[in-house]
Design a protein around this ligand. Structure first.
Ligand code: FES
Length: 105
């Protein structure tokens, strides 16, 4: 599946992701800028924050309670904010667009 990352300055990265990897891992592996992922995917740093494109919000679903708590620490969270380490790539997410905020944490 292909995941599309758009940075705050409108750079677009289309990355072929592996099923089962997280959206965060996929970005880090491909050196997409703007996702820091300080905790390495443990849902405890909020520096892998992304805004899910509204067209995919329903497919992706809402953050679980632990993730929602962490999102309070993210920089300017919005209605479709998620922690990308908690988004697992699957065929369903093919074409997913996520926007990376200007800052993390
Ligand atoms: Fe730390 Fe996602 S990598 S919360």
């Amino acid at each position: 599946p292909r995941i599309i990352y758009i940075t705050h300055d409108e750079q677009r990265f289309e990355i072929e992701a592996a099923n089962g990897a997280s959206v965060m891992e996929t970005a880090v592996r491909a050196a997409v800028p703007g996702i820091e992922a300080e905790c390495g995917g443990a849902c405890s740093c909020a520096t892998c924050h992304v805004h899910v494109d509204p067209a995919f919000a329903e497919i992706v679903g809402e953050a679980g309670p632990m993730e929602a708590d962490m999102l309070d620490f993210a920089w300017e969270p919005g209605p479709t904010s998620r922690l990308s380490c908690q988004l697992k790539v699957s065929d369903e997410l093919d074409g997913l667009v996520v926007r990376i905020p200007e800052r993390q944490g």
